[in-house]
Design a protein around this ligand. Structure first.
Ligand code: ACO
Length: 333
């Protein structure tokens, strides 16, 4: 799916994020599995990640992120009429994380549902919220992306354990006077889905019970996929919107692996200093990755009025997606 924004300007008017307190360093990981800080840094650029406390579930880390986004937008929870939570690790399959969050926030008018699109979930959810607002069905949407991937990792599998971390981010979407979203591209390839899977997590019976409930990944295949789609999806949305790559001020790729991200900036021809990188501190936080990176860019002063922001995600499904946005200063900032 690809398209240019057609209707009234719609933008992000509030942004918030939250990560668990517990920091897990590479050195500490090397006491759990056979690995080293040197290997992990060289292959992934990840130095440390956050890990949720045993009693923390997705809604516990999503709630502070959502509250921060609402506060920045100056929006009361009761004025949210759409709440989408992109995650592959809800507290449980149902009640959904979004219904729980709408209740905890105090958003009784909100349509609320979870969205499952792997690490691309946040970008998919942005597109859905944009579409609902553009169609006049929603006035104010809260889009949350977050995951506690540490719960679905095999802690004896060094090839996946080192990559992921826990975190959440949230944004408020509303109509604005100017700027906002310019266009989107979304895609999926179920044929490649087997390369990144969570067997035993649904209605498909798995005979090998030991495989149940943990992320399975063919790292090399996912690497090839990720390097390809980060570039193709970004090019597609830029072309669709008639925007040159040189006009991108802030590039926010999914924070999976610094090598994948470096490959993308080189191929796209985006100066590296325009790319937001925080994978070193958080690892791959799945649906939390792009909003956490946006929050970092905002905190270091790179996201200012009028900046052209390109976000591209990719992940399980396999899925990918890009959104192009002319940044508007959050209302209450
Ligand atoms: N520490 C030390 N050695 C390791 C580790 C580790 N943590 N993991 C694997 N190795 C070993 C392997 O066993 C292998 O040893 P061998 O040659 O003796 O067999 C060697 O290192 C090389 O293994 P590769 O898998 O070929 O290493 P590669 O360079 O491909 O790096 C990695 C592995 C980092 C997983 C890489 O493939 C990658 O980043 N893939 C993409 C993963 C990803 O981003 N997934 C999520 C994206 S989508 C989403 O976000 C959901």
């Amino acid at each position: 799916m690809i398209g240019k924004a057609q209707g009234p300007p719609i933008s992000i008017t509030g942004l918030g994020c939250h990560v668990p307190d517990r920091v897990l360093t590479n050195d500490e990981l090397s006491t759990i599995v056979e690995t080293s800080d040197e290997w992990i840094m060289e292959r992934t650029g990840i130095r440390e990640r956050r890990i949720a406390a045993p009693e923390e579930a997705l809604t516990d880390i999503a709630l502070p992120a959502a509250r921060a986004a609402l506060a920045q937008a100056g929006v009361e929870p009761r004025d949210i009429d759409l709440l989408i939570c992109a995650t592959v690790t809800p507290d449980m399959m149902f009640p959904t994380a979004s219904a729980l969050l709408a209740d905890e926030l105090g958003a009784p008018r909100a349509a609320a549902y979870d969205l499952l699109a792997g690490c691309t979930g946040f970008v998919y959810a942005l597109v859905q919220a944009y579409g609902m607002i553009a169609a006049g069905l929603s006035e104010r949407a809260l889009v949350i992306g977050g995951d506690i991937l540490s719960r679905i990792l095999d802690w004896s599998d060094r090839s996946t354990l080192i990559l992921f971390g826990d975190g959440a981010g949230a944004v408020v979407l509303e109509k604005v006077d100017h700027g906002g979203f310019l266009g989107f591209e979304l895609g999926a390839d179920g044929g490649g889905g087997i390369h990144l899977s969570l067997p035993g997590s649904g209605s498909r019976r798995i005979e090998d019970a030991s495989a149940n409930g943990y992320v399975h990944m063919n790292g090399r295949e996912v690497f090839k996929f990720a390097t390809r789609v980060l570039v193709s999806s970004a090019r597609a949305v830029l072309d669709e919107c008639g925007v040159g790559v040189e006009d991108v001020d802030v590039y926010v790729p999914h924070q999976a692996n610094v090598r994948i991200m470096d490959h993308a900036v080189q191929k796209l021809g985006i100066p590296r200093e325009r790319m937001v990188v925080n994978v070193d501190r958080y690892g791959n936080t799945s649906s939390g990755s792009i909003p956490l990176a946006l929050a970092d860019a905002a905190a270091d002063g790179r996201l200012t009025e009028g900046k052209l922001v390109l976000m591209t995600g990719m992940g399980a499904g396999l899925t990918w997606g890009s959104a192009l946005l002319r940044w508007t200063e959050p209302k209450a900032a």
